[in-house]
Design a protein. Structure first.
Length: 152
């Protein structure tokens, strides 16, 4: 009895998470173009685990170029082949996987874009540091005179 309640509560919590994940998935497909969004709608409607397969399709971006995945999604939509395995077969037949160097380069480019979008920091004016120099200049002679008095 308790086990059933835990499962039921987990299901309700999963529903709220599922909607936000689905919105993120749709946004990522929208970045790939209109055909990709149509493919997403088709895979969610026709497949039992369509959302999971959609995320697996997005995972192919780690292996294949964006343009190749876009073409594969267009072709899959054209032939109503709404499945991860169909997209994977299309990519295997028509695209070349990225080399490790290309994957590393793409990851570095994304990281650099994130850094460049952050607000820039400007250097402080040197006038702000002047009072620090004045403090150290005035503190140095006092400490030297104290040292001279102790040594005699």
């Amino acid at each position: 009895m308790l086990l059933a309640r835990v499962r039921f509560e987990g299901f309700l919590a999963g529903e709220a998470i599922s909607h936000s994940i689905q919105a993120e998935c749709k946004e990522r497909f929208a970045e790939l173009g209109a055909e990709a969004v149509r493919f997403l709608d088709g895979i969610v409607q026709t497949r039992r685990c369509g959302k999971d397969e959609a995320f697996r399709v997005l995972g192919l971006l780690a292996t294949y170029r964006r343009e190749d995945l876009m073409k594969a999604l267009e072709r899959a939509y054209r032939y109503r082949a709404f499945s991860f395995s169909a997209v994977e077969r299309i990519l295997a037949a028509q695209a070349r996987p990225r080399s490790d160097w290309e994957a590393l380069q793409a990851e570095a480019r994304e990281h650099l874009e994130d850094i460049l979008q952050q607000p820039s920091l400007s250097p402080r004016p040197t006038a702000e540091y002047q009072e620090l120099l004045d403090e150290t200049a005035s503190a140095t002679p006092e400490s030297e005179t104290e040292d001279d008095g102790e040594s005699t």
